[in-house]
Ligand binder design. Structure first.
Ligand SMILES: [Mn+2]
Length: 258
């Protein structure tokens, strides 16, 4: 059985300490390397810093990534793409043109004897009511139809503006304190009571987290990001491991004694 890889929060379209293009080159290099032994690659949301597509129009750029994804699909690697809070305005472009499955909500999958719960992680758990409200509007059919009447040049500028606003607003706003204060930890602890899984895999937090749930059998992995951390997870023979692509010594937040 091949391996399954997970990465999230690349935020292409935004320059960090590297340019967006440099980071696109890195993610493509990573995709090509891991595709050597991958059954599937899960891109778990916020791949783009902002995205809006019309029936006949998609944003310019990201050609290297799109071409690579198509190449991987043609060579038989399964790609599963999740929308995140920064790129939830995806329609069917990736499905139709690149043959990639799109997930707008968390999913549960079984791999061998392991069960996995995978999602971007936005709007889960307590709190974040302002965002949950906006998400409901963004996912409203009528609002989507109305927004699609806006000229693409204007719509993309609006998207970019809101994306920058959200980056600025959230910068340093939710620093990690303790695991029990994390919304996603609260979500997984509660969810796992009713519906136990072996692994919970999320992005969104931009922190590399490997957390052992109460009871000690399930783990919550947060994938970190590809803005500064270049972290990913790999599932091999039922074991899930959080790794970093660049040797930039990211601290993985963990309550597991290794
Ligand atoms: Mn993100």
């Amino acid at each position: 059985m091949g391996k399954i890889y997970f990465a999230s929060d690349i935020h292409l379209g935004k320059d960090t300490s590297k340019t967006s293009l440099e980071r696109e080159e890195l993610i493509v290099q990573w995709l090509l390397e891991v595709s050597q032994d991958a059954d599937a690659i899960y891109l778990v949301g916020d791949i783009f810093d902002y995205w809006y597509e019309y029936r006949h129009v998609v944003p310019k750029g990201f050609d290297l990534l799109k071409a690579t994804l198509l190449q991987l699909r043609r060579s038989g690697v399964r790609i599963e793409l999740f929308t995140g809070n920064h790129d939830l305005w995806m329609k069917d472009y990736f499905e139709v043109n690149l043959d990639i499955a799109i997930h707008r909500d968390p999913i549960t999958i079984a791999v061998g004897s392991k069960s996995l719960y995978i999602g971007h992680g936005d709007g889960l758990g307590p709190g974040d009511l302002g965002y949950k409200f906006i998400k409901a509007i963004f996912r409203n059919r009528l609002c989507q139809v109305l927004f699609s009447l806006i000229h693409p040049n204007l719509a993309l500028s609006i998207m970019k503006y809101f994306s920058q606003l959200s980056n600025k607003k959230n910068a340093g706003k939710h620093p990690f304190t303790t695991f029990d204060k994390e919304w996603l930890v609260q979500f997984v602890e509660e969810h796992n009571q009713e519906s136990p899984h072996d692994y919970y895999i999320f992005g969104h937090r931009h922190l590399a987290i490997d957390y052992l749930l109460k009871g000690g059998s399930a783990r919550y992995i947060n994938l970190g990001d590809w803005m500064e951390q270049y972290t990913y997870a790999v599932l091999a023979d039922g074991n899930l491991e959080l790794k970093q692509y660049l040797k930039n010594k990211v601290d993985i937040l963990s309550n597991i004694k290794r």
